[in-house]
Structures are given as C-alpha cells and as structure tokens.
Design a protein around this ligand. Structure first.
Ligand code: UD1
Ligand code: UDP
Length: 383
C-alpha cells in the first residue's frame, strides 16, 4: 500500500474556485492522495456561491476579505495566514491557480516552507508588465517559483519555454471546460427572475461583465458609455450585466447605466446561472478571462473590453475580437454584430482551443506521476 501524499489546494477568488473545485473533487477521488483545500477568501460571497454549487467545503478558511482591500493587504494577510496552515498540514505539494494575489502569496508561502508548488493555468502571458495589472507579474512570479506547470494550451507551454521553463510542464487543457460540462443544461431554470422572463429568440440579449483593475477610471467610463449607446441605438437589445461586488465597479456601473429600461444591472450570478445565460445569449462583451474561454466553447461571439489578451487562441479561431477600451471602437464592433448577419455567423461557431473537459484528470495523473505512483505522465491535451 503506497503512502498517502498530502496535496493542499489553495484559492480565494471566484474564478479560481470555479476552475479549482473540479480539480479538488478529482483529487478527493484518488485513494493515494490526501486532498485538502484552503481558501483565503480574498472574495467572500462570490467564493461561497461557487463552493455551494460544487458542494465542497474548505478545510481551512483564512477569511481575509475586507472592503476596498489593497494589493499589499491581500498579499500580506494571505502570506501570514498560510503560515499556520502549512505548519499544521505539512503538505507534499501545494497547488495554486492562475494569477491573483492569492495565487502569488500561496506559492510564495509554500516556497518559504520549502514545499513544492504546482501551478494550474500556467504560462498565460501578455508580456506587458502593466496589463493585466497585477496579474501578469503574479503569474510570471509564480512560474518562477513553481515545480509543476499545468498549461491549458500549447501556446502557454511555449511561453514558459521562452522563460527557460521546460521541466515539469504538462499540457492539460483548462479546467474551466471541465466545469462547463457539468453546468449547462437545455432544461435549466434560472433563480434570477429576469433571466426566465427574457425572450432569447426574438430579442438580442447581450451579456456583459467588466471588473479589471486596469480598466478602473477612464477606460471603464468609456466602456459604460458605449454600452448605453448600444442600448439606445438598438431597441431589440437587452443588456444583462451581473455587476462584480468591487465597490469601484458597482459605483461606475450604476452611475452610467442606471435608469435604462433595457439595461439590467443584476447581482453576481451563481456559476450555473452564468453558464446557462451564456449558452442562451446572443453575444458577450467582457474584460473577464474566464468568459473568454467559456463563451467560444458555447459558440458565442465575444468582444473583449481590453487592449490585449493572454488568450489569443480564440481570437485566432475567429470567435473573439479585441474591442479595446475606446467608446467608438466598442460601439461600432457591437453595432456590426447586431446588423450584419454574416459577420455574426463568422464569429458564432463553437471552438474548444482551451480544453476537452479532461484537464482535471490529466493534472491529477501528473501529480501521481510526480509522486512516483504512475509509470507514465498523462497524454497531452490536443484540441
Ligand atoms: C481579483 C483578482 C483578479 C480576478 C478577479 C476575479 C487580484 C489582484 N485580482 O480582482 O485577477 O480577475 O478577482 O473576480 O487578485 N468584494 C466583495 N465581495 C466579494 C468579492 C469582492 O465585497 O465576494 C470586494 C472586495 O471587498 C474588494 C473588491 O471587491 O474591495 C475587489 O476585490 P479584490 O479581490 O481586491 O479584486 P478583484 O477586482 O475582485
Ligand atoms: N462568473 C459567474 N458569475 C458572474 C460573473 C462571472 O459565475 O456574475 C464566472 C464566469 O462564468 C467565469 C468566472 O466567473 O467562470 C470568471 O470570473 P471573473 O470574471 O470574476 O474573473 P477572471 O476570469 O477575469 O479572472
């Protein structure tokens, strides 16, 4: 009987939870692994909502969230909180995800305790230190600290190679596609009443999200102004915007978009509601990373409300366009999708560059291989 290896998974924000819960469940099922989960709760309500859907309780909860928290506060509270957890658990491996402050401090805390680090969603890059901010540097620093790198795509693997990282690299696909496979159903009934009332066949339902720090201020004002113009110019449009709980985002969205009969600012959606809304909408406008991966898999065009993206695969496949953060460019790209059926059809085809729904199995296999519990590493994901 092989010994149980302790794997501690650490996450704290909504997108990390959506992408890590399926992996934790896969690790939980492996008899040779003792899977434990620590949440920093960098997000609170938005994290708890995801944990409830997946039905996994955290083994440790650092509960660090506070209103308008700064990057330094988040990082230092996570780092200090992780100390006690690492001393108690003495894990054989710590897994972190992506590029948030939780990701960076989780990896750094593990390094300080000389615990190996596995980085899920490794190798995404814009090569611009300031955009996305601070995520680009978080993921680069975690790449430098990590021993195992789980890359969603071949381009991500090549990015790591440019930095000289070639050992312990696995091509797995993105775990978000694993999550998506469990949530979308034709018969889904929404809890959020407005989503059941919408006429998805005869209206043009546009799903919007916007929350990135580098968009705070003028870019977000331009985005909101463009959104209002779109709703004014096209009477068939219904704009659904679940607003992130960040006070900066809440204030801006309500200041510019309140009071319009066809702009619906709603509370953040539970992840299954979000995925099923995405499956029914006409197209998506977003600065989110996760939505850029999910919407193409569901055949929905995406206009990205950013200047760059670390997810070029769906842009190359033609389902995602970079709209930027200028009002005029955003308005005209949306107007084209609403008026030109050929342009719409060119973008509205389902593509799966980010995964095949088996990323968690590959990552768990790679972890077992790392511990010498398997003779072969997993076969790489191929789109
Ligand atoms: C963080 C990540 C970002 C990720 C995003 C996902 C960093 C630096 N950024 O950004 O990469 O795209 O999460 O959503 O880690 N808040 C609540 N309730 C919640 C969640 C947040 O009130 O459930 C408030 C917090 O108090 C905070 C604000 O929202 O004041 C922003 O949260 P924070 O975690 O600092 O950054 P995000 O913009 O969410
Ligand atoms: N999401 C959600 N409810 C919402 C908005 C987003 O469940 O109201 C999901 C979305 O489907 C995706 C993830 O949250 O899986 C993306 O999170 P977010 O946009 O906050 O972060 P990012 O991906 O940009 O880091």
């Amino acid at each position: 009987m092989s010994r149980e290896y302790k794997v501690l998974t650490v996450f704290g924000t909504r997108p990390e939870a959506i992408k890590m819960c399926p992996l934790v469940q896969e690790l939980d099922r492996r008899p040779s692994l003792h899977s434990l989960c620590c949440v920093t709760a960098q997000h609170r309500e938005m994290l708890d909502s995801v944990m409830a859907i997946f039905g996994r309780r955290a083994d440790f909860d650092l509960d660090i969230m506070e209103p308008r928290q700064t990057l330094s506060t988040i990082t230092s509270k996570c780092l200090l909180g992780m100390e006690g957890v690492l001393e108690e658990v003495q894990p054989d491996l710590v897994l972190v995800h992506g590029d948030t402050s939780t990701t960076f401090s989780g990896a750094l805390a593990a390094f300080y305790h000389k615990v190996p680090v596995g980085h899920v969603e490794a190798g995404l890059r814009t090569w611009d230190k300031w955009s996305p901010y601070p995520e680009e540097m978080n993921r680069r620093m975690v790449g430098a600290l990590a021993d195992l790198h789980f890359c969603p795509t071949a381009a991500n693997r090549d990015n790591l190679a440019r930095e000289g990282i070639t050992n312990g690299v696995f091509l797995t696909g993105n775990t978000v596609i694993d999550a998506l496979r469990t949530t979308v159903r034709d018969t889904f009934t929404f809890q959020e009443a407005i989503l059941n009332r919408l006429d998805y066949q005869n209206r043009r339902v546009i799903l919007v999200t916007c929350h990135r720090r580098e968009n705070y201020g003028q870019p977000m004002v331009q985005i909101m102004t463009a959104l209002r113009r779109i709703a004014d110019a096209f009477p068939e449009v219904e704009l659904i915007y679940p607003v992130h709980l960040s006070p900066v985002v809440q204030e801006t969205a309500h200041r510019y978009l309140d009071g319009h009969p066809r702009i619906h600012l709603i509370a953040p959606l539970a992840v299954d509601e979000m995925h099923n809304l995405m499956a029914r909408c006409y197209f998506v406008m977003t600065d989110s990373g996760g939505l850029q991966e999910e919407a193409p898999a569901l055949g929905k065009p995406v206009l990205v409300l950013r200047r760059e993206t670390e997810r070029p695969e769906a842009v190359r496949a033609g389902t995602v366009k970079l709209a930027g953060v200028e009002e005029e460019a955003i308005f005209s790209l949306a107007a084209r999708l609403l008026t030109d059926l050929t342009a719409y059809a060119d973008m509205a085809h389902a593509v799966n560059p980010y995964g095949d729904g088996h990323a968690c199995r590959r990552i768990a296999d790679a972890v077992e291989w790392y511990f010498g519990l398997r003779s072969q590493p997993p076969q790489p994901f191929s789109p």
